[in-house]
Design a protein around this ligand. Structure first.
Ligand code: ZN
Length: 136
């Protein structure tokens, strides 16, 4: 997770993401904690430090994701990779109803599960953002 990333790259990744977490879509402006630069495919799993493998991520999503690249669903029978911000369109995989993020795919289901996108505190925060017109 920790490899030097030039400041110009950090800025480029943040701008490309419109300054929102690419997993939960929370805006960085709403957070007291500076967002992280995530290796979508972690270094541990052979991912490289190149712009196409970097995502803008809030500290909660980044912390929950860690070096994982996916999880098992359906009683541990099927391995499913996480949402890949460079390869997948967020709105094709997720939908938001009353603050809760619902999966439209197994990829989304895996991502919601491990990144805890629907932890109660995160839903409450999202409802505030929606009320303020800042989400999604
Ligand atoms: Zn996030």
């Amino acid at each position: 997770m920790s490899e030097y990333i030039p400041d110009s790259w950090r800025k480029a990744v943040a701008k490309r993401a419109s300054y929102r977490c690419e997993y939960c879509r929370r805006p960085e402006a709403d957070s007291f904690i500076k967002f992280h630069i995530d290796h979508i495919i972690s270094l541990k799993h052979g991912g490289a430090t190149v712009l196409d493998n970097l995502a803008f991520s809030c500290s909660i999503c980044n912390g929950n994701k860690g070096s994982d690249v996916g999880t098992v669903l359906q009683n541990e029978e099927v391995f499913v990779r996480f949402f890949h911000p460079r390869k997948h369109n967020w709105f094709e995989h997720f939908e938001v109803l009353e603050g809760v993020i619902y999966p439209k795919s197994e990829i989304a289901e895996a991502t919601i599960k491990v990144l805890e996108l629907n932890h109660l505190n995160r839903i409450l925060e999202r409802l505030d953002l929606i009320a303020a017109g800042l989400f999604p």
